[in-house]
Design a protein around this ligand. Structure first.
Ligand code: HAS
Ligand code: CU
Length: 556
């Protein structure tokens, strides 16, 4: 059964709801605007131009800069943007207010307190442990407490979304849940299951060791718990981008969602398959038996499948829209896409880069090939095509309609925003390609290569391209930041009849044909817990019963 939408006007967000979502975007963009300042510094360092001594007010060392870059961009910009965007999707999708708005507010401000609590020690040089904070490296306790607050705050925002959905469900029995709401909830549930690992690592191992209750940490168990969270974290970043590609981008390009059922199926597959494969980050860890690495490698190939489904269905809906706009030919229709719309452009370029990021991921997952790539510059090459392209460029694209929607103001200089997209894209192509190649040649990651005495001649050109590409990327993102900041701060307002709407695509398929089993939670939740127990249970049991809390913390 579907609602008849023709007779009733759409409920848009109220002004206070818009402010609430807007605060998420403000903190997200603020974090990004600090985090990206370190990007060119690292990239240029590789090219032999070390700016750290000259810009010591930004960071006193390469590693402090790298920690700020990773934490602010990969953890803070993403989490704040995602919780804000999903809140908007839930309220708009259900066309009802949050059930307990105060609960969501508590969650959000807890995240803000956490952000500040974690940022102060990093800025003070007391948490130079990179965004993976592997023990036995040790930061100030406040760093971990801050991270815990950010995570718990995001859980609370998730609970607020579940209560809202539950209230809607009671008001609308038997109605298929709107896809954007369904996708938001799956993302939050997956995130809550996933973050149990990092919560256990910090609360049971790291903090007790810092407080002196235990004699140290167990690096192996810590890494296992970290990657239990760290892998699904990457899907927490990319699923909101998929939500936009599936259900919003088609509307923006004049098309429809290709298949509501396939989109739902891919999200369910992400719920059950995102978590149980963290050992693909630990192929080189001596403490994990090879058989378990093999099982996680196989599961990794399985989780690439719903992304391939996404590639197929999203491109199909783009083609449908482009052909309706007059596009022709096997490939020629691509030209008929609205490339001059900055929101669309950034998302299309995000998707194009992600094709390469995805292929690289499958290479990473191939056990024996991974041994040649692990801990080389190839890996940051991979993750700049994923989190810094697929996710970040899509969030930028979303911002280009969302900020006008939230503020009622027109987007400032859309043409400049388009130029910014091409700039970032070009920089990323140069940067990521050079990182992959120099990684294959053996250049290590997490290393100030410019200072290293062992640089072979053959790396030189690639290191130079890293410096150049990284700087070009920085220009692209600075354009984004300036465009959204001026958009929000300008006086000019959109006239009543030109207000921006949330782009929600209709499905080509009649929602009545979405099978019931794709809108039922219980079987999928049970399946995800069972698969996690099977894939992690025995190893967690073994590592916990053999735990040795003996490594004293050290401060780099
Ligand atoms: Fe990964 C390491 C394997 C996806 C992020 N990954 C990382 C790290 C990060 C990261 C941050 O197996 C480093 C962590 C660290 O610091 O150590 N990754 C994979 C695999 C996938 C994958 C198999 N990764 C991601 C995503 C990320 C991300 C998504 C962030 C958002 N990754 C690994 C492995 C490692 C790893 C190993 C450990 C390596 C090591 O040794 O340390 C797959 O899920 C990818 C599937 C994706 C595809 C592409 C589908 C394409 C689509 C595009 C649609 C196109 C459109 C455009 C819309 C098959 C959906 C159309 C445009 C037109 C113009 C028509
Ligand atoms: Cu992973």
């Amino acid at each position: 059964m579907i609602e008849d939408r023709t007779t009733k006007s759409v409920r848009e967000l109220t002004s206070s709801e818009k402010w609430f979502v807007g605060w998420h975007v403000i903190f997200a963009v603020a974090a990004l605007s600090i985090g990206i300042q370190y990007g060119p510094m690292q990239a240029l360092e590789h090219a032999g131009l070390d700016l750290y001594p000259k810009l010591s007010f930004l960071a006193s060392s390469y590693y402090q800069g790298l920690t700020l870059h990773g934490v602010l961009n990969a953890l803070i910009w993403t989490t704040f943007f995602i919780t804000g965007f999903l809140t908007l999707a839930v309220i708009r999708g259900l066309e009802r207010p949050l059930r307990y708005p105060w609960l969501n507010r508590i969650g959000f401000w807890m995240m803000v307190v956490g952000l500040v609590t974690a940022a102060i020690p990093i800025l003070a040089g007391k948490a130079t442990v990179l965004y993976t904070f592997y023990p036995p490296m040790q930061a100030s306790a406040w760093f971990y407490i801050g991270l815990v607050l950010v995570v718990v705050g995001s859980w609370i925002e998730g609970y607020g979304m579940y209560f809202t959905f539950y209230a809607w469900r009671k008001e609308n029995p038997g109605v298929t849940s709107p896809f954007v709401v369904f996708a938001s909830l799956v993302t939050m549930v997956m995130w809550q299951i996933a973050t149990l690992g990092i919560a256990a690592e910090i609360l049971a191992i790291i903090l007790p060791s810092i407080f002196g209750w235990t004699s140290g940490t167990d690096p192996q168990l810590s890494r296992t718990l970290f990657w239990y969270t760290g892998h699904p974290l990457v899907y927490f970043w990319v699923l909101p981008a998929y939500l936009s590609w599936y259900a919003m981008l088609p509307k923006q390009t004049g098309g429809k969602m290709f298949s509501d059922s396939l989109a739902r199926l891919s999200f369910w597959l992400f719920l059950i398959l995102s978590v149980p494969l963290g050992f693909h980050h630990q192929f080189a860890d001596p403490g994990v038996p090879a058989a378990w690495k093999f099982i996680h490698a196989m599961l990794t190939f399985m989780v690439a499948f719903p992304s391939m489904m996404t590639l197929f269905t999203v491109v199909a809906s783009l083609e449908y829209g482009a052909k309706k706009r007059g596009g022709k030919g096997l490939i020629g229709w691509i030209r008929a896409l609205p490339w001059s719309n900055p929101s669309v452009l950034w998302q299309l370029l995000a998707g194009l880069l992600f094709i390469f990021g995805g292929i690289g991921g499958i290479v990473n997952a191939s056990y024996n090939v991974n041994l040649a790539l692990h801990n080389t510059a190839w890996i940051p090459g991979h993750f700049h095509l994923t989190v810094a392209s697929a996710a970040t460029m899509t969030f930028v694209g979303i911002s280009f309609w969302m900020v006008p929607y939230l503020t009622g103001k027109p987007l400032w200089k859309p043409k400049l925003a388009v130029i910014g997209g091409w700039t970032y894209f070009t920089g990323m192509l140069i940067f990521s390609n050079a990182m992959h190649v120099v990684g294959l040649l053996g250049a290590p990651r997490r290393t100030p290569l410019g200072l290293a005495p062992y640089i072979p001649e053959e790396w030189a050109g690639h290191l130079w391209r890293i410096g150049f590409g990284g700087t070009v990327m920085w220009i692209g993102l600075m354009i984004f930041i300036v465009v959204v900041a001026v958009t929000a701060l300008q006086r000019k307002r959109l006239p009543e009849n030109e207000l921006v709407e949330v782009p929600l695509a209709e499905s080509l398929q009649d929602l009545r044909n979405t099978p019931r089993w794709l809108d039922r939670w219980r079987p999928w939740l049970i399946a995800s817990v069972v698969i996690i127990i099977l894939s992690y249970g025995p190893q967690l049991y073994e590592q916990i019963t053999q735990v040795q809390l003996t490594s004293p913390g050290f401060t780099p």
